[in-house]
Unconditional design. Structure first.
Length: 225
């Protein structure tokens, strides 16, 4: 089991104890510290995090809702296994939602949002240089959420936002190699270029190409693991 979370790590945390527990357990799953199929108990998590069992239990229910864990009553909590079917379904959903919202964003995105996307790409480049994978994934999620927000369809945005952790979990597989991380940055630049040029044909091609490249890399790493 992991060493107890340090005070320095806790300083970075915000929100309720449940939020803190959620973020720390989620990050451990994304980093591979808790691999798919691993079973962990509330008692182990309480000792590791230095947090009482009630907020941990609440965090686990939230993680289960997002399909990152499976709670087995009386037997502990299992980190959810990831199948090729899961990967296919999630990426098919992403294509359906994000192809449309990127198309909508062409006519609705503003200068402030374009600048924010530029800054996110710059931050991702820095995270790559510093080998900060989780931070890179957070910026990746933010990049697509900014575009979804620009699309001004609240229902699509809510659906994409609700799947954020599943997207990040798959992203962790897709970004296993630095080569793929570099490709993602270049693909984000191409998406941003299409938005600036208001090119609907290009934006559709770029987002589908981006998602399918990530899908193929995810399947490849899933088979290896």
């Amino acid at each position: 089991m992991h060493n107890k979370v340090t005070n320095n790590e806790k300083i970075k945390l915000v929100g309720t104890l449940k939020d803190q527990a959620y973020n720390l357990i989620r990050d451990a799953i994304l980093k591979g510290d808790f691999p798919p199929g691993k079973v962990i108990s509330n008692e182990e998590l309480s000792k590791w995090l230095g947090i009482s069992r009630t907020p941990i239990r609440e965090a686990l229910f939230e993680l289960q809702k997002n399909r990152m864990v499976i709670i087995h009553r009386g037997k502990g909590t299992e980190v959810a296994p990831l199948s090729e079917k899961d990967v296919l379904e999630i990426f098919e959903m992403r294509e359906a939602l994000e192809a449309k919202t990127h198309e909508l964003a062409i006519d609705r995105i503003n200068t402030e949002q374009l600048n924010e996307l530029e800054n996110i790409i710059n931050d991702q480049t820095k995270h790559l240089e510093d080998k900060q994978r989780i931070e890179f994934l957070d910026e990746d999620r933010k990049f697509h959420l900014v575009i979804a927000k620009a699309g001004q369809n609240e229902r699509i945005y809510t659906a994409i936002e609700a799947l954020r952790d599943q997207f990040m979990l798959l992203g962790n597989y897709a970004l296993y190699s630095n080569n793929r991380i570099n490709q993602v940055i270049e693909e984000h630049k191409s998406i941003l270029d299409a938005l600036k040029k208001k090119d609907k044909v290009k934006i559709h091609y770029e987002i589908i190409n981006h998602l399918r490249n990530s899908y193929n890399e995810t399947i490849k790493m899933l088979k290896r693991s």
